[in-house]
Design a protein around this ligand. Sequence first.
Ligand SMILES: Cc1ncc(COP(=O)(O)O)c(C=O)c1O
Length: 422
Amino acid sequence: MKPALLGGTPVRTKPYPVHITTGQEEKAAALRVIESGILSDFEGSNNQWFLGGAEVKAFEKEWSSFFGVKYGVSVNSATSGLMAAVGAAGVGPGDEVITVPWTMTATAAAILVNNAVPIFCDIEPDTFCMSPASLESRITSRTKAVIPVHIYGHPAEMDAIMQIAERHSLIVIEDASQSPGMRYKGRLTGTIGHMGVFSLNCHKIIQTGEGGVITTNDDELALKLQLIRNHAEAVIATGMPVKNLINMIGWNYRLNEIEAAIGREQLKKLSDLLRQRRELADYVTQGLKRFDGLITPAIKEGCEHSFYRYPLRLDPMKIKVSAPRIVEALNAEGMDFYAGYLPLNEFPIYQQQVGFGEKGCPFKCPWYGGSPDYSLDLLPNVAHAMNWSLSTEIIRPPLVFEDMDEIIQAFDKVWNNLSLLS
Ligand SMILES: Cc1ncc(COP(=O)(O)O)c(C=O)c1O
């Protein structure tokens, strides 16, 4: 059959449904809050409203109990959560924080906002997560923290990362935005490092529209996170006893009561939504295994994959058509795939090293003694993944096995016509 890209009939013509994870329970929860009239119960003062209202407090308690941690600090996005976590870690001008470029922009923006310099290390070729060896090679005397990302929903190599961090006294902030509820060697991602950050935006496995949570077991970090979330400087001025004022500049990162009430219902659905995703993903993997040169998702021993995105790799020794062209052909068949990620080191802000104001901080800050290298040459696995990997978000409910059959059919058509596409 002729591929749709070359004039054939597409496998699928109807659009993919919107990602809806909410139902009657969330509707009732939101209504309960609206009827109460208390849409938020936060105040940026040292008083009974410092930690928010009843729904926020209940959501945080339920979240921390589900994840088996002492604190769940809710925020209005994972972006705010990462910014707060980097701030709570004491990071500032002159410091470097190491992360991966194979992630969403906020992972590194959280470092810049704290006036520190992101340093990018390479990824593992099979899971796309932080390479511990590359992480270690990029540590300098300026390194303060590290942000591994459980990208696509596969856990990063946390044992090795924690050992390296301990040797070099680094704070570890897990970006678990894409992996809530998934385990690494029996432990939930986002609970292994000093802090873990989760996203509840509308694309994620569970959502509150916009929202996030930071988990930690550390009392001091929790207080700093709560302060940064809610006008720290004013709370301290009104009597909160805080000795160390470093980074105690507070934003408004507060979650409102409606979002928190919805979050409580979504948390109850997390395990089932993950089960459905993983069943669909396993089905697709079984169907795609027969295509020569197509490598289905790696799941390392002791790891669970949320399949927030379903990633595939191509073996250039076996097929000569690279990911962008394969994606073009699949999407012509009515699919919804992306080639690679645009790695953050390629963004103009890093290539041109222009940040705050005309002085070029933090890259050219007088306190900063380094000269970061944002070239792809240092990141061979990232460079490879740009051309030889693809991913999709369509392997999720409410889609069903028949929709997965269409994905397999689309690959079948593309693989039967690879010579025409090259
Ligand atoms: C890995 C990762 N980190 C951070 C974020 C930021 O999340 P939010 O939209 O909640 O700010 C996202 C969202 O796409 C993400 O995927």
